[in-house]
Each structure stands twice: as C-alpha cells, then as structure tokens.
Design a protein around this ligand. Structure first.
Ligand SMILES: Nc1nc2c(ncn2[C@@H]2O[C@H](COP(=O)(O)O[C@H]3[C@@H](O)[C@H](n4cnc5c(=O)[nH]c(N)nc54)O[C@@H]3COP(=O)(O)O)[C@@H](O)[C@H]2O)c(=O)[nH]1
Length: 913
C-alpha cells in the first residue's frame, strides 16, 4: 500500500478507503494540540499546503524532543482511519522538528457554510459575539453568535488566562473545525478548536461591567433590531414576577414583562427590583433573554397580576406578564420531570407548569373538575407553520402559565360528585348522558388533539429523521438493531434461521470524484432501490452510512437461502447506472452470515458478517463470501499477535539471527544477512514471514526496522573487534520503512557509532518497492546510496523486474530468488532464467547473489554460471548472534561437523522447512 505524503490527499479519502489504513508520512504545522482530548488520546490538527487533518495518538505519548504547540513543525507517521466526515490519522507517531515560519491563512467562513461539513478539520476564521463561556473538564468553550448561527469555540483551558472579558465582545477567532455527525452522516454540530487566546482578536470590546450598559424599557426589546450585523447584550430593570433558580427569572416594568434564562441560582424575593442583562432571543411572541446575569436592587412590592380570560391570553399581549386566570382542572401529571396541571375554560385548554423539585403534594388532592385560579407568568406559543405558510405575521397557537409555587394555585370551587348539574344529568336519562358525554369527549378531544398535534408531528418528524437515512429513505442502524435483538426470539419460535448480509460498494469514491457528489447521491439511491427489489418485503435493508448497507433476512430462512439472495444482489448491483448523459458500472462486495441457533449473539453476528465482507473484498470484490469459523479464529489470532507485537521491542523479545554470505569463486565467508526473529512470550518462536506483514500494517516496522539496523551494526561491530576482521552486513528494508524521512539519518548514525565503512552495509529491497510509487521510493533509495551504502534487489525474478529500468537504477547487487535456484538443477527453464539474470546483471556491472543454495549440485551450477556470492542452507542456516564466534571457528571443519545445526532452536527448524 503506497504511503500518502500530502494532507489533502489523506483528508479526501472516502470512509471506505480510509478504513483500509493507508500509511501516511507528513511534515506539517500544528494548528491545535490537546494533550488530553478524551482522556485516552491526545489530539492534533495538522496543516500543510494541501489542507488540514485531525490526528489522534496515545495520551501518554512520549515526546523525544520538545512538546508541540500551535505553530510547531512536526514530522508525523501514521495510518488513515475513517472520521465522522473526513478521514483522520491514527497510530500516530511524531516528533517536533522546529518552528514553522509559514504564515497560516485562515479562510473567513459563515455558519451556514460550516453547516455543510466540507470544512471538517480545515483552518478557518469566524466572526461573532461571545455570548457565554462554559468550562467542562480541561476545556473551555466560548459560545459565539455568528451572524447566521451559534457555534462553540473550544480550547484547552489556560488557568492563567482571563476569558471573562470576552463576553459580549465582537471577536475574530482562528482555528480548526471539528464537525459532528450522526450515524446517518447528517451534521449535528461543529466546533472551532482554537489553540489559545492569541487566536482570538477582539474587534469591539464589551464594557467589563454589563450593568453599566444603558437601561432599556422592556417593551423596547420587542422592537429590538440589531443596529450592526451582530446583536449585543441589553440591560433591563423590573420587578421580579417569577424565579426558577438556576433556570429562569422573569421581570416586569411599567411597559411589559420579559423572561431571562440564567444559570445563576441566587435566590431572589418576588417583587424585588432586579437588573437583568442578557442577549435577545426572538422567535416567540415576545423575545426572551438568554445567557443572562442579574443583580437585585431591593424593594418588595409585588406587581399586580392582571386578570385575563383564556381568549385574552391567546391574543398574546400578556406574554411574559404576571396574570391570574381561572379554569377547571381537567388533568394533571405531578410526577413528570416538568410537573403540570391541565385546565380548561371557555373551550380552551391550557397547561400550568409548576417549578421542578418542589413539594406539590397539596395539588394531588384537588378534584378533577374543580375551579381554580392560577397566578403566574403567561407564555404564549406562536404557530410557526402558519407564520411561514400563511400571512407571515405572528399567529398565536396556544399559551401556558408558569407558576412560582403550589401557592399560586388557588381552589375557588371544589368539584363534588353530587353537583346540581350531575344530579340533573342523572335524571335526564341514559340517552342524554351518552349524548352529553359524546359531545364533551369530542370537544375536549378536539382541543387536546389540536394542542398535541404539533408536538406529535415534530416528534414523528424527529423519529423519522433519526431512524431513516435522509438520502435513500432506508432505515438506519437503529431499526436494524431493534430487529436484530428480536431475531433470536423469531429463530426460537419458528425454528428457522436468520441471515445477515453486509454490502460495501466497490470503488464508490471514484463516482464522487469523477462525476461529483450529486451523481454519488443518485448512485446510492439507485443501489438502495435495487437492493430492496432483490429481497422480500418482509426482509430489512438498512444503510449503515457511506456506501455500506446491511440486509437482514429473518423470514423463514433456510440453509443456503442467503447465498441465493447475495448472488441476486451482486448481479443486480452490477448493472449500469444511468447518470444523466453518462452511465457508470459499479460492483459490490458482500459478506454473508447465516445462523440457525437461537443462542446467537447479535454483536458477534455483526462482527462475523463484517469479516466475511472484508474477505469478499480481499478475494477480488464483486462477489459474496460466506463467513466460516476459521476466519474468526484467524482474525482473533492476528489481532492478538498485533497487540503482542506492539510490546515486543520494549519487552526485548526481538533478536537477530545471521545467515553467512560466501564469495562464490573461492568460497570464503564475506559477511552476514541479519534476519529478525521474535521470541514471543505468548506465541513462542515466531518467524518473520508471520509478523513482518503485521508490523508493516500497523506501522511498527519503522521502529522495529530502526532497531534492526542499529543492533546489526552494533553486534557485527563487536564480532569484528573480537575476531580482528571485517564483515559485510545485509539488512532487509520494508517499503514503509523506506519512506520514513529519518531512515538515512538512522543508517548514518548506526555506521558512525560503530565506525563502520558505509560500503560494508548492504540494504536489501524487493523489486516491487521500485515499481510502486517509484518516484518517492527512488528518491529515498538515492538518499541511502548517497551515504555510500550498497543497494541490493532481493527475490529478483518473481516480481515485475524490467531490465530497462534496472539499467536506469543505481543498484549494486541482485539476489536471484531461491525458487529459481531450487529448481535450476532439474528444470531447464529455471536454469535459463538464472543464466539470463547473471548475464544481464554482469553486463550492467551489477553483482549477483544466488540465495537458497541447498545442495552441492545447485552450488556447482551457480558457481559455473559465474555467480558472485552464495547464501543458503548448503553453507549454513541463520545462526543466533551468541553462536556466531563458535560457528566461524568451525569453518575449518568439514561441513557436516559445523556447529550451526545445534545452534538453531528446533522450533525454527520446523518452521523453516
Ligand atoms: N523488513 C524486514 N524483513 C525481514 C527482516 N528479517 C527477515 N525479514 C524477511 O522475512 C522473510 C523471511 O525471512 P526468514 O524466515 O529469516 O528467511 C530467510 C532465510 O532463512 C531463508 N533462506 C536462506 N537460505 C535458504 C535456503 O537455502 N533454503 C530456504 N528454504 N530458505 C533459505 O531466506 C530468507 C532470507 O530471504 P531474503 O531476505 O529474501 O534474502 C524474508 O523475506 C526476509 O526478507 C528484517 O529485519 N526486516
């Protein structure tokens, strides 16, 4: 997998591509650093000339040099992973290499633009008024009102900084955008991560004492129109008509009333005069204040509660004003989080809200039907729909009363069963009763229905939005989960099975990149429709996000049924999709899992079908793959091995074996190839073919490879001093290691620390390193060769080697792959290949090693063909370092007496054969 070196390239990967874990290596500027982020991870936003990206790494990361701050230049290695919107970097390793001289340019953005999500992780500038400041854990948040919406600007709290001055100031803030998405990839919010107060520029400073702002009459708030583009705090004064400590305070002056949201819990007497400052929030009949603070000025003259009828209250003029109103108690819920009474009067039904956490026991004894007088602040609700679709002016829909305590509920007339009306009704007869009841129920219900219709509609809308994907209309993972949890019962009851199919479109990103996002959306809609058409109406298909879908078959599934469905889906989805004047063809990879056991575990089932889907991808895509138990065992074992391997270096479980290298013509020992071994505490003696690919995948190969270079130079240097002669060392290089910027420096240090001639070191790379990403790899190889180190091409002949490009490349050695050597004695074709490689290499001035020489026949063939060096079991297997001196001494003895065989652990012999 090729390494990505530009941030923009990594940021733009689709979720599916990012999930593959592309290796990345960037040099970038830090725009934000939070050493604690979520406790387990530290986080960084990084920026280069192509864009910005978010990187996660362990919170206990040990910085070898300086710790970073905004403006640091860092060297970062990691792998890509899907983020909520754009890709991010995990398994990050990094180092600060200095200060950036680059002046960062932040793009000014509006909230509406941020709401599209496309600026995820990018470096931007916002303008707005700071409404409030909140602290949570180690972070501080400035809640900023931009011209078109509110945004939280987040930073690591600096205990020495004073943020309070910022409230009500107009500010410009530069930082990186963290966008929040739900499972359906719908944006639910965004934060601006700013590094410190230097990123906040105050354009217009607020007065430090908010109560020094000029006083306004409360009624003027209704006429409030922001003079500039952004609204600032206002200051009003009045008598307190209601206080819900920590939530709200309402005041009233001669002109009107207003309610203000506040977190201040200071208790205040009703009727006291209070100063309140806050930000105007319009949208109701009258505006309210938010993020408010208040102070009391004494006094205790309670404002008069105006007597109003429900019809008058509905007109709206009494909104936020203290009123008294009468009605019959028709219902109550005193145990709800918001205790409520329901009153009716003159055909109107209105709720009365009581303060939370108060003793309302006295109210539970009031009989339904009793006539009550309520004193409280009137809150009028507008009909938003009517305002939009109708006249455009404020249309009131309902009202409710906010009371200060249960004392605001006065029983005027208690209802009794034997009221004159009811007695009369009793005499009037069953038909009249039925009629009256019917009318009463109809009228009451109609009113209640009207009151609750809007609530129910918005609940329905939210529920539908939460449970259905906005693009395809398919259910989301929540519905799938509900159905999955019911599945075991169904299996038990009907004695059938269930099947799960996980679908991932192959190369979907290509459609987005080539034809644009509208075409991508259309493709997803078509695919969703085709999947639905391929299954029964009782089966379920859910969109999991991106281009991933899951199908649940839980209706009388019989063995093999899921495979038939998967086959059908694979062929339905491979049909061309018309996109305007174009037509595209895509394929899909499907994982399949069938279960006929009611003890099935839903989590396990999801993991298994995911594994099967990845297997389908790995086996060439455009196909389905059925889960089997070996896959699970292999995946678990790999995961465990990865975890163990991440500790292998620090737990000293790695060691080097050395396989001798001989010159061919007069066989003399010239040096060794260093070969890595892992003596794992849990897995035993592990061969490199098993763990090097994992080290590559996880990025651990960079650290492990560095250790190999340093350790091989140290150990062979030690041997040389002991024996008084010089050896050459061959070391294998992995592709990922090659692209790490520090590699030449590591090699140079290892050479210098051990006083080694550069030409005595040979770095072995495989052919396909040269073929993939050739420009980057070639540059890296040239940098190593510039040190004077030799380059060898390993396993030559099995890849894509082209003689013409070898001639253009600075290669010193070629190692003919052992498969040709093992066959050359019996297979004329292999012998011909060996001859051709040697002739071609020599004509280009390149030396040749025959590797894997095991027999005397093979030895004489390669020697006769003029090979330069020999490596193979014929001379020796790889030898542990501690046995090398003994092995070298035994060279004088006949081959069969050499001590090497005893030097190798039995386990490694078994694995090497
Ligand atoms: N990036 C790194 N890769 C490494 C490192 N150490 C090893 N490796 C790579 O792992 C592969 C397997 O290595 P290993 O199991 O050690 O096998 C080596 C020899 O034991 C084997 N060999 C040598 N002679 C013979 C023989 O006569 N017969 C026979 N059947 N096998 C023989 O060949 C392997 C050496 O191969 P090569 O490197 O291609 O010269 C292997 O691909 C290693 O590259 C490491 O530190 N880093």
């Amino acid at each position: 997998m090729s390494t990505i070196t530009k941030i923009g390239q990594a940021h733009d990967l689709s979720a599916d591509e990012a999930k593959r874990g592309y290796p990345v290596h960037f040099r970038a500027v830090v725009t934000y650093y939070d050493p604690r982020n979520d406790g387990k991870h530290a986080s960084l936003f990084l920026h280069d000339s192509t864009g910005s990206i978010f990187a996660l790494f362990p919170a206990n990361w040990h910085w070898t040099g300086a710790t970073p701050h905004a403006g640091s230049l860092v060297d970062v290695v990691g792998v890509t992973a899907p983020g909520d919107y754009a890709a991010l970097i995990t398994q990050t390793q990094m180092e600060v290499i200095g200060e950036s001289s680059q002046k960062l340019v932040a793009k000014p953005v509006s909230f509406t633009h941020l709401a599209t999500g496309i600026e995820d992780a990018q470096y931007v500038e916002i303008e707005g008024v700071v409404h409030s400041i909140t602290q949570s854990g180690h972070r501080i948040t400035l809640n900023v009102a931009m011209a078109d919406g509110m945004i939280g600007a987040v930073s690591v709290n600096d205990p020495n900084a004073d943020y309070r001055d910022l409230v009500d100031s107009t500010v410009l803030i530069q930082g990186s955008i963290g966008t929040l998405f739900n499972d359906s990839r719908q944006m639910v919010g965004a934060h601006l991560m700013f590094p410190n107060l230097y990123s906040v520029k105050i354009e217009e400073r607020s007065p430090s004492n908010p109560f020094s702002l000029p006083l306004r009459s409360i009624v003027s708030l209704s006429r409030y129109t922001p003079t500039g583009t952004l609204p600032h705090r206002v200051h009003v004064r009045g008598r307190v008509t209601l206080q819900w400590p920590g939530t709200m305070i309402c005041i009233q002056d001669d002109t009107s009333g207003v309610c203000a949201k506040t977190i201040d819990r200071t208790r205040i007497e009703l009727g006291e005069i209070a100063d309140v400052t806050g930000f105007v929030l319009s949208g109701g009949y009258r505006p309210m204040l938010v993020d408010s603070v208040f102070r009391t000025l004494g006094g205790s003259e309670s404002p008069e509660a105006q007597q109003v009828t429900p019809a008058e209250a509905l007109q709206g003029h009494h909104d936020s004003v203290l009123i008294q109103i009468e009605g019959q108690l028709t219902g109550r819920d005193l145990t709800a989080s918001q205790p409520t009474l329901l009153l009716s009067s003159h055909g109107e039904i209105f709720p009365v809200l009581l303060p939370k956490n108060q003793n309302n026991d006295s109210l539970s004894n009031i009989r339904i039907g009793s006539t009550l007088r309520i004193i409280g602040v009137c809150s009028v609700v507008l009909d938003a729909e009517e305002m939009v679709t109708g006249s455009g002016s404020a249309v009131t829909k309902s009202f409710h009363i906010l009371t200060r305590s249960s004392k605001d509920v006065i029983v005027l007339k208690s209802a009794s069963w034997w009221t004159p009306e009811r007695t009369l009704l009793g005499f009037a007869g069953a038909v009249v009763i039925a009629g009256a009841v019917f009318v009463w129920v109809v009228v009451l219900r109609r009113r209640v229905r009207q009151q609750t219709k809007v609530i129910r509609e918005s609940e329905e809308r939210f529920r539908h939005m939460a449970l259905h994907d906005g693009l395809t209309g398919l259910p989301t993972r929540h519905i799938l989960q509900e159905r999955l949890y019911l599945a075991p019962h169904k299996v038990r009851r009907f004695n059938t099975g269930i099947a799960l199919l996980m679908l991932d479109l192959d190369d979907f990103k290509g459609v987005n990149d080539t034809y644009g996002h509208d075409a991508g959306d259309e493709t997803l809609r078509v695919m969703a429709r085709r999947i639905k058409e391929s299954i029964r109406s009782t089966d379920l298909v859910a969109r999991m996000g991106g281009d991933e879908f899951v199908v649940l078959l839980d209706d009388f599934v019989e063995p093999g049924h899921a495979e038939v469905v998967a086959e059908k889906i694979v062929s339905a989805l491979s049909l061309p999709i018309p996109l305007g004047e174009h037509s595209v063809s895509l394929s899909v990879s499907v994982g399949v899992c069938e279960i006929f056991d009611h003890n099935l575990n839903v989590e396990t089932l999801l993991k298994q079908v995911d594994m099967a889907m990845y297997e389908a991808k790995a086996n060439g895509r455009n196909r389905f793959h059925v889960f089997n138990s070996e896959m699970a065992a292999a995946t678990i074992a790999r995961k465990r091995m990865k975890e163990d391997l991440s500790r292998a270096l620090e737990e000293h479980e790695l060691e080097l074996y050395y396989q001798p290298l001989f010159s061919a013509q007069e066989p003399t020992l010239t040096g060794f190839e260093a070969l890595l071994r892992w003596r794992s505490k849990s897995a035993g003696f592990v061969m490199p073919s098993e763990f090097i690919p994992l080290a590559e995948e996880t990025g651990l190969i960079v650290a492990i490879g560095e250790w190999v270079i340093r350790e091989a130079c140290r150990q062979v240097g030690h041997l040389e001093r002991q024996l008084g002669r010089e050896f050459e060392i061959s070391i294998n290089l992995s592709p990922r290691q090659l692209l790490h910027d520090k590699l030449p420096q590591v090699i140079q240090e290892a050479l210098e620390e051990n006083c080694r001639r550069p030409s005595s070191l040979k770095m072995e790379i495989t052919e396909n390193i040269l073929m993939t990403d050739s420009k980057l790899n070639q540059a890296a190889i040239l940098r190593i060769r510039d040190l004077g180190v030799r380059i060898a091409i390993d396993d030559f002949g099995i890849g894509f080697s082209s003689l013409s490009y070898i001639s253009r490349f600075p290669v010193d050695w070629i190692k003919i792959d052992k498969s040709f050597i093992s066959d050359c004695a019996n297979d004329p074709a292999s012998l011909a290949v060996v001859r051709a490689i040697i002739a071609m290499a020599h004509s280009l001035g390149i030396h040749v090693t025959a590797e894997g020489v095991e027999t005397s026949d093979q030895l004489s063939i390669v020697t006769n063909e003029d090979c330069d060096a020999i490596q193979g079991y014929y001379y020796s297997r790889p030898v542990p370092f501690s046995d090398l001196p003994r092995w070298i001494k035994s060279l004088a003895e006949p081959l069969e007496n050499r001590c090497v065989e005893v030097a190798i652990p039995l386990s490694s012999l078994v694995q090497e054969h």
